[in-house]
Design a protein around this ligand. Structure first.
Ligand code: ADP
Ligand code: MG
Length: 349
């Protein structure tokens, strides 16, 4: 069997391993797309008579549309207008209002570990530009005063931010886009497909040869390797890792997942969090960011008692790979990775 990494190694994101079988399967529709600040890969198969070419055309158009709608670095986006409104109630597209409302739900669920009002802090670190830097603590303290999801309100299509607030949907936009990809595949009758939007993967059905899709969880220490492989059908799998976007200053590494409690890159003892769910890519994206911020103990508690349906793979800085009970059935350890593997039981021992 030959494996191909769907181009994600260079970008430092989750890899999807698609086994190329004996060659009976026609080439899929799809390709590589650079959008939403990441590398995306798609492979759609015509197995059940679905129109894979149309589905892929619609996918590229949809992602372009969402980038336009949700980016805060595009000055003409709805989010930029909202961020520039100075706290005045702003009517936005109904879809944008719904995404913001969803984001607030995930903030409440995670007790603020996921918080889209982190935007001014992300800006201070320079993660939205090419010039990253360590901000002064006094500046972070000042900016943190405006970080609080509870001051954002959504009333129908009207969104109001608190004084000094702005929002950043970077922690959820690709997950939302993956939900839209799923809808496009459904509409076009595609029953075998793989979509990888940076670290956000959606697999539909199984591979054309009937076997499960193989989604690799990258090794944060060595992004050319992986820590394990998930065999998945009809699932979203989203990874957040401190190794995905970072810079180094005075020998120290700073990554792009910010702890809203400190304003600094989260140092929770986790180096990677993968969330798996059958039906909600947006949730996976929000929770991968949130659980990275929470750290091992809180993340496990949240998985057990938070009331949301998902499975997960956590990688710790001290060399352990923790696989939740429901994910363990689908997870293959990578021999020789140097990690110790543990299954997290559904109920606390
Ligand atoms: P990636 O975008 O690399 O896949 P994530 O899904 O973890 O990674 O999202 C990180 C992005 O989300 C950051 O670039 C920033 O825009 C935003 N962000 C950072 N920290 C948080 C946080 N605690 N809550 C919500 N969004 C965050
Ligand atoms: Mg995320």
């Amino acid at each position: 069997m030959r494996r191909f990494f769907t181009g994600l190694l260079a970008a430092g994101l989750m890899m999807t391993l698609a086994g190329c079988g004996s060659g009976e399967t026609a080439a899929p529709a799809g390709g590589t797309l650079y959008a939403m600040d990441t590398v995306m890969n798609f492979a759609y198969y015509n197995t059940d008579g679905g129109d894979a070419d149309t589905a892929y055309t619609q996918t590229t158009q949809e992602i372009e549309r969402l980038e336009q709608l949700l980016s805060r670095t595009r000055s003409d986006s709805e989010i930029s207008q909202l961020n520039g409104a100075g706290g005045a109630p702003t009517i936005v597209d109904g879809e944008v209002a719904a995404i913001i409302a969803d984001a607030l739900t995930y903030s409440t669920a995670t007790d603020g570990a996921f918080d889209i009002t982190i935007a001014p802090v992300v800006t201070a670190w320079g993660f939205t530009t090419d010039h990253q830097q360590v901000p002064e603590q006094s500046e972070l303290d000042r900016l943190l005063k405006s970080v609080d999801y509870r001051r954002v309100s959504v009333d129908g299509d009207t969104v109001t931010l608190g004084a000094g607030q702005s929002i950043d949907l970077g922690g959820i936009a690709k997950g939302y886009a993956s939900d839209r990809v799923k809808a496009i595949l459904e509409k076009n009758g595609i029953t075998s497909a793989m979509a990888s939007l940076g670290g956000n993967v959606y697999v539909r059905g199984s591979k054309p040869d009937g076997s499960a899709w193989r989604v690799a969880v990258q090794d944060p220490k060595n992004t050319a390797a992986y820590a394990g492989v998930l065999s998945l059908t009809d699932s979203f799998a989203v990874t957040s890792g401190g190794y995905q976007r970072y810079f180094t200053q005075d020998g120290k590494t700073y990554h792009h997942i910010i702890d809203p409690a400190t304003g600094a890159p989260a140092e929770s003892g986790l180096t990677s969090v993968t969330i798996i769910s059958p039906d909600n890519g947006t949730m996976c994206d929000a929770f991968s960011t949130a659980l990275f911020v929470m750290g091992e103990k809180k993340a496990i508690d949240f998985w057990r008692t938070g009331g949301y349906n998902f499975e997960m793979v956590l990688i710790t800085a001290d060399g352990r790979v923790l696989v939740s009970e429901g994910a363990a059935k689908h997870f293959e350890q990578e021999k020789g990775s140097g990690y110790a593997y543990e299954t997290i039981p559904r109920t606390a021992p």
